[in-house]
Design a protein around this ligand. Structure first.
Ligand code: NAD
Ligand code: IPM
Ligand code: MN
Length: 352
């Protein structure tokens, strides 16, 4: 098949990990007789430096016209001034909104050989396989924002806004995904405090009543944060609001052993999917060649599966990552000594 993939290397370790995923994609393309063509666009700090904005309309148009988008990460101390009008992270939000990718799938599994890499007790980690489904284009990130000076004090607002249909479509997807897994949905909210959560819970209940073969439970987000580390094997599909999902998936990465391990796929109704590791630009290790490329390589596997329909290739790549880790391949974040490129080579060796 022919596919046009837009690359967004971004800032910090972003370019270091995206180039590794491209090496892997190239091997998969040539083996399978596929042609992947790539076009890189600027986003984040590098785009601010070049164009004064985190994502230009032209760059977004290029992304929208592709089959899939592979993103590294954006941001860094250079652009971190709290008073700055433009921020790298605005690029990600504009991209997610512009692609309409409302569903962010963040699978977190524990590889048996990495149990020691996690600070969580080994007996808690056995059998952990959770799919966090994070709503991505609504909620706190996209609600009304404002500042107002009242009697010399400054009031600031970030509103948590949702339309009922936005809640319904992400919850419907959670049930659909659970059907292909262990048939259990944990809907995470803060219904004891937030009205948005009460509507979320009501819609989840309605969907659950229509699909009684899927077990639905509601869990408050603070409890979920606790249970994710005390009994992570409890979860199958965990579906939640945008910011709750952001926070809970950094926490879930601790189960897998490192922030560098977790991939993600962001999907909408048709149109290109967006694939990115859950980690950021890691300024503390940028330029050292030690970033773990696995989260991005596994994101490329999700790209093969969800945007290109290449399930066999996706599964083979995931199996290769598993095999490399079983064989002891470890970057520094996992307690090893391999460089970014050496880690990729171990995955390529396992790919055979
Ligand atoms: P971070 O995820 O960049 O880093 C957190 C910690 O995890 C650091 O110690 C880092 O070294 C480590 N880490 C992350 N990825 C790693 C990898 N692949 N291999 C080895 N270690 C890894 O979070 P942060 O430091 O809080 O944020 C840095 C910048 O990244 C900020 O500007 C933030 O806004 C941005 N950010 C961007 C994205 C994105 O582009 N999708 C996501 C999260 C954060
Ligand atoms: C992530 C990041 C982003 C988010 C930021 C950088 C906008 O933390 O992808 O998890 O909060 O969604
Ligand atoms: Mn995050």
């Amino acid at each position: 098949m022919n596919a046009k993939i837009v690359l967004i290397p971004g800032d910090g370790i972003g370019p270091e990990v995206v180039s590794e995923a491209v090496r892997v994609l190239d091997v998969i393309a040539s083996r399978g007789g596929h042609t992947f063509s790539y076009e890189s666009i600027l986003m984040g700090g590098c785009s601010i430096d070049a164009h004064g904005t985190a994502l230009t309309d032209e760059a977004l148009a290029i992304a929208r016209a592709s089959d899939a988008v592979l993103l590294g990460a954006v941001g860094g101390p250079k652009w971190d001034d709290p008073k700055a009008k433009v921020r790298p992270e605005q690029g990600i939000l504009a991209l997610r909104k512009g692609l309409g990718v409302f569903a962010n799938l963040r699978p977190a599994k524990v590889h048996p050989a990495l149990i020691d890499a996690s600070p969580i007790k080994p007996d808690r980690l056995a059998g952990v396989d959770v799919l966090v489904l994070r709503e991505l284009t609504g909620g706190l990130y996209f609600g009304y924002k404002g500042r107002e000076v009242v009697d010399g004090r400054t009031k600031v607002v970030d509103a948590l806004e949702y339309w009922d249909d936005e809640i319904r479509r992400i919850l419907e997807l959670a049930f659909k995904l659970a059907r292909g897994r262990r048939k259990k949905v944990t809907s995470v909210d803060k219904a004891n405090i937030l009205d948005s959560s009460r509507m979320w819970r009501q819609i989840a209940t309605e969907i659950g009543q229509a699909q009684p073969d899927i077990a639905l439970e509601h869990m408050l987000v603070d409890t979920a944060a606790m249970r994710l580390v005390t009994s992570p094997a409890h979860f199958d599909v965990l579906v939640t609001e945008n910011m709750f999902g952001d926070i809970l998936t950094d926490e879930a990465s601790v189960l897998a052993g490192s922030m560098g391990m977790l991939p993600s796929a962001s999907l909408g109704d048709g149109g290109p999917g967006l694939y990115e590791p859950i980690h950021g630009s890691a300024p503390d290790i940028a330029g050292k060649g030690i970033a773990n490329p696995v989260g991005t390589i596994l994101s490329a596997a999700l790209l093969l599966r969800y945007s290109l329909g290449l399930e066999a290739e996706a599964a083979a790549l995931e199996a290769a990552v598993d095999a490399a880790i079983s064989a002891g391949a470890r970057t520094k974040d996992l307690g090893g000594t391999l460089s970014t490129t050496q880690m990729t080579e171990r995955v390529l060796t396992a790919l055979g």
